[in-house]
Structures are given as structure tokens and as C-alpha cells.
Design a protein around this ligand. Structure first.
Ligand SMILES: Nc1nc(=O)c2c([nH]1)NC[C@@H]1CN(c3ccc(C(=O)N[C@@H](CCC(=O)O)C(=O)O)cc3)CN21
Ligand SMILES: CC(C)C(=O)C(=O)O
Ligand SMILES: [Mg+2]
Length: 253
């Protein structure tokens, strides 16, 4: 899809019925995100989410998909060592049914990414705002605004691609930086709060349906003015495919 410049429409889902509707709406990639800790379990962060939680939700989501590609998040502290990371990936793929795993990483995770590549585990590297680091960062804020940070993010993206990452996800980064990274790599780049220069977009299901208490500014309620969840998800896919979403209002300069 990157090669033919077709925008990749991605969305999170946490259970069977959401997955079925997303799949029917033409969502290309479904992510069982550790955001489930917040939108499903009601925690303040994604930190408490376990591998067991992700496996349970991935199993339910997998049963609802017939077309979309299925990614599962590696939770906080589930990829501390190489062996640990492989064990977690085995759970997500063999027990959960994921086709790809995603980890929040920088160049420090390159050995893990290389090992995944060597063992046939497709992997997406999540850069920019990494919510699992919330207690180090002190909040959920845009990343890569300073030159040094921006250069580091680009270098990390190239390092992870070189190590064998199959996909990148950029969260909460200025649009210009995301576009620059997209041009420098050859693997698909999926953005959330990263502007319209990415190869695809992802949002959290609950934000698309307008049921999050205080949604991040890069989101949009697609159920507003529409009569059903199915219509809302189709409108989201259409907006990504036509590049109407994200507009400047849902991006960071
Ligand atoms: N419902 C939901 N949607 C998400 O996109 C999401 C989650 N939960 N949980 C896991 C992470 C956390 N994320 C977040 C949460 C809040 C902001 C936020 O409030 N950002 C500010 C921008 C601050 C700045 O300008 O630096 C905003 O106003 O959007 C961003 C990302 C993204 N992910
Ligand atoms: C917001 C996306 C990218 C994510 O990692 C999640 O839902 O956990
Ligand atoms: Mg996540």
C-alpha cells in the first residue's frame, strides 16, 4: 500500500464486535493496543496492562476479522530482555493470534527487533510519544519539537528499520518531522497526531466513537451526526483514504 501510495486506515479494537465492524468498514490494520488499560479497564495510564490482558483481547478481536491485518501491543515491562521479548511475542502470536507485534522503542530496542526479524516475528516500532514512559515524561506531550530530539528520532527510525522493523508508528510528533522520517525510510509509517505526511493513520476506537472523557486533540468523533457505529467507522476509513483526515486541527506544527 505504501508503494502504491494508498493511505493505510488503522484503528484499535479490543473485542469481537468492534473488530467485526472495523473489518466490515474496510479498516486495513487493527491494533489491540495497550490503550485498553485506559479505555477498557479505566486505569489512568497503560502501565498496569499485562501480557495476559493483551492475549485475552487479541483472541476476541481475531475472531472478528476476516480481512484486516492484526497487530498486538507488547505491554510495559514485557520486553525487558531478549528472552523475555521473544516469550511475550510467542504469547501474542501463538495464543492471541496476532500477525505482528508492536513495541515502544528506540535504538535501545534494536537487538530485540533484530531477533524478532530473525525468528519470523513481524514487528512495528512505536516512536515519538511512548505512553509506557508516562511516569518518566511527566505527561502525554508532543515529542521531537527540539532539533536534537528530532534528529535522534530520525536516527532511531533508521536504526530500527536497519535492525528489521517492518513498520513504524509515530505518535504525537510535529507534522514536518513525521514527513521527514516518512521520506527517509522505506517501510510504512503510521501516524497518530503526526500529520498527513504518513503512509497511514491510526486512532483509538473510543475516540472515533466519541466516548472518551477527554480525548486528545488529534482525534475526531466520527459518530457525531451519523446514525450508527458502522457508518462512523466507514466515514473514518473514507476520511483517511481521501486524506481529509488528519487536517491541521488534528496535527501539531
Ligand atoms: N483514548 C485514548 N486515545 C489515545 O490516543 C491514547 C490513549 N487513550 N491512551 C494511550 C495513549 C495516550 N495518548 C495520549 C493521551 C493524551 C494526549 C494529550 O492530551 N495530548 C495533548 C497535547 C499536549 C501537547 O500539546 O504537547 C492534547 O491536547 O492532545 C496525547 C496522547 C495516546 N493514546
Ligand atoms: C494509540 C496506539 C498507537 C497505541 O499504541 C494503543 O492504542 O495502545
Ligand atoms: Mg499502545
Amino acid at each position: 500500500m505504501r508503494e502504491r501510495a494508498e493511505p493505510i486506515a488503522c484503528l484499535t479494537a479490543y473485542e469481537y464486535s468492534q473488530a467485526r465492524l472495523a473489518d466490515a468498514a474496510g479498516v486495513d490494520v487493527v491494533l489491540v493496543g495497550d490503550s485498553l488499560g485506559m479505555v477498557v479497564q479505566g486505569h489512568e495510564t497503560t502501565v498496569p496492562v499485562t501480557v495476559e490482558d493483551i492475549v485475552y483481547h487479541t483472541q476476541a478481536v481475531a475472531r472478528g476479522l476476516s480481512r484486516a491485518w492484526l497487530i498486538a501491543d507488547m505491554p510495559f515491562m514485557s520486553y525487558v530482555t531478549l528472552e523475555h521479548a521473544l516469550e511475550t511475542a510467542a504469547c501474542l502470536m501463538q495464543d492471541g493470534g496476532a500477525q505482528m507485534v508492536k513495541l515502544e522503542g528506540d535504538a535501545q530496542q534494536q537487538e530485540i527487533v533484530a531477533s524478532f526479524a530473525a525468528h519470523g516475528i513481524p514487528v512495528c516500532a512505536h516512536l515519538g510519544l511512548r505512553p509506557q514512559l508516562v511516569h518518566k515524561l511527566g505527561g502525554y506531550r508532543v515529542q521531537g519539537r527540539e532539533d536534537r530530539q528530532a534528529e535522534q528520532m530520525l536516527a532511531d527510525a533508521l536504526t530500527l528499520q536497519q535492525a528489521g522493523a517492518d513498520m513504524l508508528l509515530l505518535e504525537c510528533v510535529p507534522s514536518a518531522l513525521a514527513s521527514r522520517i516518512q521520506k527517509e525510510v522505506h517501510i510504512p509509517v503510521i501516524g497518530i497526531g503526526a500529520g498527513s505526511g504518513c503512509d497511514g493513520q491510526i486512532l483509538v476506537m473510543h475516540d472515533v466513537l466519541g466516548i472518551t472523557a477527554s480525548p486528545p486533540k488529534f482525534t475526531q468523533d466520527f459518530l457525531k451526526g451519523r446514525g450508527s457505529i458502522q457508518e462512523a467507522l466507514s466515514a473514518y476509513v473514507a476520511a483517511v483514504k481521501s486524506r481529509e483526515f488528519p487536517a491541521a486541527a488534528q496535527s501539531f506544527s
